[in-house]
Write a new protein. Sequence first.
Lengths: 60, 144
Amino acid sequence: MTLELTHFTAALLFAVFASVVFGITQRNAARDQVRYGLYCFVMFLGGVFIAGWVMWLVRR
Amino acid sequence: MANVSTAKPKLEAEKLATAQPQITRMSVLAPALGWLIPGAGHLIQRRWIRGLLLMASIVTMFLLGLAMQGRVYRPNGGDILDILGFVGDIGAGGLYIVTRAMDWGQGAIAHATADFGTKYIIVAGLLNFIAVADAYHIAIGKKP
């Protein structure tokens, strides 16, 4: 069995898991952990969209 | 007068920063167990939610990597990227040992997603290294 994810889905799942670990390990208080995890997730996803548009522009 | 109220927490923070880590049985056991079983270093210290979230994230990421036919690196002394791949993979501890024992993670070049899978497996190991360091910091009292 081979799991075939699209590039975007793979990046999305990557962002979720990495953000959870970053949030828990890089902050002390529970509230800060949630906020930092969400911040990392948004940054990961934002990076994906920006990189996507940059590649689209380069390709043109 | 205002200085008196802020001086105490500042002093405590400085004390924490300069304090020598206390080597206890837990400060050795938690990182070792956390490396072997992702999240277990937190669970053994009764950080249930953190431990379960770390375990779910790292184990799921590793298994998704395997399901995508990602490649698991073997110990090697060749290309620098292969060596670094092995260093990342070994971070997953028990997951890596079981995968090698079962001879999984051969990597299928035929699938485009196999490369994503290889990266998932490496990053799962690297994230576990961070989780292990966090478990150690909790054990020595540097983190609540």
